[in-house]
Design a protein around this ligand. Structure first.
Ligand SMILES: C[S@@+](CC[C@H](N)C(=O)[O-])C[C@H]1O[C@@H](n2cnc3c(N)ncnc32)[C@H](O)[C@@H]1O
Length: 266
């Protein structure tokens, strides 16, 4: 698999450890299914990075909660996860018509271990070679009736500014009106807190492509921010961080806003 695709084992491994806790944050019991010897070998490189692993779990939970709310409001929502990795939300959340796009090798492996026809919600998986195939061609195959939310989790950080602009342009071309949920980490936060993580990723061949103000790309592309949840704030609310909130807000303001989950709309 490509190095960036291998990083899906990192996120999955973090969710597997969470699911094994007495009181898990996400409770993704499917994660352990995918963690074969190859996946565990990749995850071993990241296992000791407790803060980064916690961040993955918290952002996943924020996204779970945001999607639960959207599905509560619209049971038939189309949910399109681009770079889905080993995301198991179609199996864990109620409602929705689900579409997952990722590299062919990952989709083939996922289909064997967790077949889409075993999902209680309608689920379609679509393989795409992100380097050589056109995303628009894949989007063409999706239903264009009804509201749609795109999910980009753990993806934007690996793309440079022009790649993000192109991706947003492709979504706009096929779906001029949609919502988009993603996690955004700015350059300052990566430089301050993500250096060890980025060293591991760089050694794998999948470094972060940090951007100073990633949210500006979305605003320039015509999106309006519907909601933004700080991963640090949420960690506190979920009982992971022990730093008092006033202390967090007073002394770590840049960190509070530098790593967040955003819901965009156009
Ligand atoms: C860090 S993993 C995140 C996986 C999953 N979303 C999660 O949070 O568990 C990054 C994923 O993005 C996929 N990917 C690779 N290139 C991509 C691109 N150009 N656009 C979108 N996704 C891409 C990879 O194959 C991989 O599954």
């Amino acid at each position: 698999m490509k190095p960036i695709t291998d990083t899906a084992f990192y996120c999955c491994g973090a969710r597997m450890l969470d699911a094994a806790q007495d009181q898990p944050i996400c409770g993704d019991d499917y994660a352990q299914l995918f963690m074969c010897a190859y996946g565990m070998k990749i995850f071993e490189r990241f296992k000791a990075l407790e803060q980064s692993n916690a961040s993955i779990i918290v952002r996943h939970r924020i996204m779970d909660d945001m999607l639960r709310q959207l599905l509560y409001n619209n049971h038939d929502l189309n949910v399109v996860t681009i770079g889905a990795g080993f995301d198991s939300r179609p199996y864990r959340l109620h409602g929705g018509h689900w579409f997952e796009l990722d590299e062919p090798e990952l989709i083939a492996y996922k289909d064997i271990l967790l077949p889409s026809d075993q999902c209680s919600n309608p689920l379609h998986r679509e393989p795409i070679n992100f380097d050589t195939e056109d995303l628009v061609d894949k989007l063409l195959q999706l239903p264009h009736s009804g509201p749609v939310v795109f999910v980009l989790e753990g993806v934007v950080n690996y793309l440079c500014e022009s790649d993000i602009q192109n991706l947003l342009g492709e979504l706009d071309y096929e779906f001029p009106k949609h919502r988009l949920m993603c996690d955004l980490v700015n350059r300052e936060t990566v430089d301050k807190y993500g250096q060890t993580l980025n060293q591991v990723l760089t050694a794998m061949g999948a470094p972060f492509q940090s951007v100073d103000h990633p949210e500006a790309i979305f605003l320039q592309s015509g999106y309006q921010a519907r909601e933004a949840v700080s991963v640090m704030d949420a960690s506190l609310d979920l009982g992971i961080s022990l730093v008092p909130k006033f202390f967090l807000r007073s002394f770590f303001q840049a960190e509070v806003t530098g790593n967040s989950v955003c819901m965009w709309e156009k």
